[in-house]
Ligand binder design. Structure first.
Ligand code: AMP
Length: 181
């Protein structure tokens, strides 16, 4: 069995959560089993160990991007910086607001999180409409970071987010695709 198929078997789908019509892709079973967790993390570590893709820093998106991003950064021997929901970071921040299906959301990063010109790997657990990862990329752009790639466990390609991110110039790496929402 290939690794992507193996990982897919450890993602749990919860229908109609948190709202009717949503198929929530729950990645917690991937983290819970120590062997699966290691195989998952190694997919990212092996890719980003390569000199041409090696980042200077990993940025993780609130909150599941923290779990993955921190471990990947540690294994790569680089630093980790959090992109948080509005109002959580104590030091000076830059922020980015983006549209959701209902209303909007704001994410923030510390102004000193990334040095201008540094190579950044941007991590979240899942790409749906792509709005969250795009906001993260814009924050890193504002600080002068060079986002080399966005990475996630899951892509929901039918929502068009991954295509939009690629069209906006962000290369992506994902492990498991789900057709449908
Ligand atoms: P989006 O900004 O639409 O790409 O949504 C991505 C963010 O929302 C990620 O941080 C995901 O954790 C979360 N998310 C959106 N849709 C789902 C889903 N169907 N299952 C699990 N998480 C989701």
């Amino acid at each position: 069995m290939d690794v992507n198929h193996y990982l897919r078997q450890h993602i749990r789908t919860i229908s109609d959560w948190p709202a009717p019509g949503v198929q929530f892709r729950d990645i917690t079973p991937l983290l819970q089993d120590p062997r699966v967790f290691r195989i998952l993390i190694d997919q990212f570590v092996h890719r980003y160990m390569a000199p041409e893709l090696r980042p200077d820093v990993v940025a993780g998106i609130d909150a599941r991007g923290f779990i993955l991003g921190a471990v990947i950064a540690y294994e790569l021997g680089v630093g980790f910086v959090p992109i948080r929901k509005k109002g959580k970071l104590p030091f000076a921040t830059v922020s980015e607001t983006y549209e959701l299906e209902y209303g909007s959301a704001t994410v923030e990063i510390h102004t000193d999180a990334v040095k201008p010109g540094s190579r950044v790997l941007l991590i979240d657990d899942l790409i749906a409409t792509g709005g969250t990862m795009m906001a993260g990329k814009r924050l890193l752009d504002k600080l002068g970071g060079q986002v080399i790639e966005g990475a996630a466990i899951v892509d929901l390609p039918e929502l068009g987010g991954s295509a939009a991110l690629r069209a906006a110039g962000l290369p992506l790496f994902t492990l498991v695709d789900y057709a449908g929402h």
